[in-house]
Design a protein. Structure first.
Length: 168
């Protein structure tokens, strides 16, 4: 599998390196250079605030970095934007979606099993209803795992139902 994907993996790593690091640094340098030499140098009022390119960089960086950190924080913690991005990623990435669904199933199953184990450890027998419940859960999970593939939308439907049920 790894050998078959080597070209695509390399392409992915190249794009990530380019967009996260190289293009970011070049864009910052380009923005600082263009704004200073095309805008600030031509306006005496701005030139008095930023007398040299080096001072301009120091002032802009000292204001810009904290401002961008706050914007990034707001993006992840205070707005719905990041949640929307994550929803799109889960909808479009079947591997990530499966991991999320599997985790949810495991948690639900573990909670049910812990309830039963506590009862058994207290020397209480499980009722027919509880045994039936375990069998139903087992059957439900088995049917779900046999029905799902990476190509169909069974896991996406499961995921959307879980989100919908939490909001209700």
């Amino acid at each position: 599998m790894l050998k078959n994907n080597l070209i695509f993996r390399s392409w992915y790593y190249f794009r990530s390196g380019w967009s996260m690091y190289f293009a970011f640094i070049l864009a910052a340098i380009n923005t600082l250079t263009v704004t200073y030499f095309l805008a600030i140098e031509n306006y005496p009022v701005l030139k008095s605030i930023f007398p040299s390119f080096e001072q301009y960089i120091v002032i802009i960086v000292s204001i810009g970095i904290p401002a961008l950190i706050l914007i990034g924080y707001a993006h992840f913690k205070r707005t719905q934007a990041y949640r929307a991005e994550t929803d799109v990623w889960i909808e479009s990435n079947p591997y990530h979606r499966r991991m999320v669904v599997n985790t949810e199933l495991i948690l639900e199953l573990n909670l049910k099993l812990i309830d039963k184990l506590i009862k058994i450890s207290n020397n209480k027998e499980l009722t027919d209803k509880e045994n039936k419940e375990i069998e139903e859960i087992q059957k439900e999970i088995k049917e779900f795992t046999e029905e799902r593939t990476f190509d169909n939308k069974v896991e996406l439907d499961y995921f959307k139902n879980k989100i919908k049920n939490r909001k209700d």
